[in-house]
Design a protein around this ligand. Structure first.
Ligand code: ATR
Length: 592
């Protein structure tokens, strides 16, 4: 089975295909009694479902005439009645004629939809020919619990379903790989009849979430996390609140996090909330990816606009990129991938940007810090503890900012290898204890020492900490590690690991959207109406106001500029001569 890459034209047809109304959200009712189902109906309505699926096969006892009357008449939402037999993955084991009689009865009693299996659909549809009420539709379904067949085989299946006289086609297959969803998307986009396409299993999640993008007639959302009617089904609440299901349409740009495992990631929560808050037509999903290359080859059109990348793909994804940010390339790991308008993939490592910018702000916050045009890390002695992935990010990031880097690691060889690459010095963790060639050094811990549950540990003694002016810990569980507590006690400015986490997210958001992150959302909102922003403050030179103004695209004017220019004016008044501007500037820089 080949996976078919998406082209722009594939997506464009989605607006011309069978889609005529927004994708419905259907919540299956799995109660074992009629009373339970009535309670579930109320909850489904409250959550915001459009349709309830009454799964008759879940009822322990079933009296067709009496129970259908209650369930259909009392439902405040449109009803879809399903009586799934065991041979199609359901729970009904009884007589086939009785089963079909119950479905016909549901139709007569006012159900809006019934779901009938392909195996029996031809005869069933003939039996109701000419008897269908207005606004009643038959869904003919096919379930494959083993795999997702080739595009051609699925196409043939759709034709067979259509030939039974189905009003709505439903195909549910099983995802062995996330790229299986692509074939179902293609079917939904091209189908001339309303189609429900679902790829079951965790790897098929995007088939459910992105149903509105590809013109699916309906998608299923469970009432509760434990109450799913098929593998991989999200809850209705997550569809609506986490993934902004109602805001997804054909033009929605798709972002996500690729990883394995990935379900625990909170990134969709953050990004979808951010997209919604600025009215961006974009969604951010969980991508459970086994084979990164296959993933990028399959989802290759510009609608697949970018992704975050987590364990274990941070290194493997490098091979699939058209362009890589030079520092990310040196670090050898990426975590942020953006598809440019020309379709090319460009990758970044925002972990190092997040950590370094947090440490720079820590330095800027020091009392009496000399404002300078460049990074406050320039010239600083920067000690990185650890030489793993995070250690590399910090060491390369600090070196790029002009810091003198020292890498200290439990295993000296790894420290040496990294230190050589960044033009720094290597030592063991033990040696750091007595290392203080100067005061006011910067320390960054990237080892796991002090992380939950061993929160009493610390990678360096409190005594040694007194030579550092800023101490950063990449650990964020707990937020306040022993290292940071002791650093604070010795008078250092501390920078939390959570700050790195948050900032790397801001950077990703900026890369994805070209917009400033949510961090300073309100300030940024206020600033975006200004083309030039001046700050009379000159300690520090680069104030937060000016940094944020720059993010909004404004030209910034530093307070130091006012200071220097008023000096020129004084000189002219004193002497009647033009001021030696270059000399003034040089002297200001030197003695600022
Ligand atoms: P990450 O990608 O989070 O940096 P990593 O690549 O596994 O994770 O690196 C973990 C770092 O923590 C390494 O520098 C490791 O030291 P070694 O290279 O000697 O293994 C360091 N580390 C882990 N446990 C440690 C411990 N108990 N004491 C000191 N250093 C430790």
């Amino acid at each position: 089975m080949g996976s078919l890459p998406f082209t722009v034209s594939d997506l464009q047809t989605s607006t011309n295909g069978a889609r005529s109304s927004p994708t419905l959200l259907c919540t299956p009712l799995m109660g074992t009694t009629v009373d339970q189902m009535l309670i579930e109906m109320g909850k489904a309505k409250e959550i915001g479902a459009d349709v309830v699926e009454i799964r008759l096969d879940c009822l322990r006892t079933f009296n067709p005439r009496q129970d259908l009357e209650i369930l259909i008449k009392r439902s405040s939402l449109p009803t879809l009645v399903t009586y799934r037999p065991i041979w199609e993955g359901g729970q009904y084991e009884g007589d086939e004629n009785k089963r079909q009689d119950a479905l016909r009865l549901a139709m007569e009693m006012g159900a809006n939809y019934i779901d009938v299996e392909l195996e029996v659909a031809h005869d069933f549809n003939s039996s109701i020919d000419g008897k269908k009420p207005d606004n009643f539709k038959v869904i003919v379904s096919s379930h494959n619990f083993h795999n997702t067949p080739s595009a051609e085989a699925i196409g043939n299946l759709v034709a067979r379903i259509q030939a039974t006289g189905a009003d709505i086609v439903k195909i549910a297959t099983t995802a062995l790989d996330i790229t299986d969803c692509a074939r179902i998307f293609q079917i939904m986009v091209h189908s001339q009849v309303p189609t429900i396409g679902i790829v079951m299993g965790e790897r098929g999640l995007i088939s459910r979430l992105l149903s509105p993008k590809f013109g699916g007639y309906l998608t299923y959302g469970a009432l509760e996390a434990g109450a799913i009617s098929a593998p991989g089904q999200p809850t209705a609440k997550d569809l609506l609140d986490l993934y902004n299901f109602r805001l997804i349409g054909p033009d929605t740009k798709v972002y996500g996090i690729i990883g394995k495992p990935v379900g625990h990631s909170k990134s969709p929560l953050l990004f979808n909330a951010a997209f919604k808050s600025v009215g961006l037509d974009a969604v951010y999903v969980h991508y459970l990816v086994d084979d990164v290359e296959k993933f990028f080859n399959t989802y290759s059109s510009i609608d697949w606009s970018g992704c975050s990348c987590t364990i274990p793909h941070k290194e493997a994804a490098l091979k699939c990129m058209d362009e890589i940010d030079p520092i990310a390339k040196k670090i050898g790991a990426i975590n942020n991938i953006v598809r440019r308008p020309d379709g090319k993939l460009i990758a970044f490592n925002t972990d190092y940007i997040g950590a370094i910018s947090a440490i720079e702000d820590g330095l800027r916050g020091l009392n009496g810090t000399i404002p300078s045009a460049g990074s406050p890390l320039a010239g600083k002695l920067f000690v990185v503890l650890g030489a793993g992935g995070a250690g590399k990010s910090l060491a390369y990031g600090a070196a790029q900012k002009g810091a003198r880097v020292v890498v200290a690691n439990r295993t000296f060889e790894r420290a040496k290898e990294l230190a050589d690459k960044v033009g720094g010095q290597a030592m063991t963790l033990a040696e750091v204890e007595n290392f203080h060639p100067e005061e006011g050094m910067v320390l960054a811990n990237t080892t796991s020492v002090g992380m939950k549950p061993k929160i009493d540990l610390t990678p360096i003694s409190k005594e040694a900490l007194k030579h550092y002016c800023v101490v950063f810990d990449a650990i964020y569980t707990p937020k306040d590690t022993r290292l940071l507590r002791e650093a604070r006690e010795t008078g250092a400015v501390v920078v939390y690991g959570t700050e790195m986490l948050i900032r790397q997210g801001f950077e990703q958001y900026k890369n994805f959207t070209g917009l400033p992150g949510k961090m300073h959302h309100i300030v940024v909102e206020a600033l975006k109406h200004y083309c030039v922003v001046f700050d009379a403050i000159y300690t520090p030179k680069d104030t937060r106001l000016l940094r944020e103004a720059r993010e909004t695209g404004a030209v910034v004017v530093y307070g130091t500029e006012m200071l220097i220019r008023q000096g020129f004016e004084q000189y002219k008044n004193f002497t009647g001569l033009p001021a030696p501007e270059d000399l003034f500037r040089q002297l200001m820089e030197k003695h600022a």
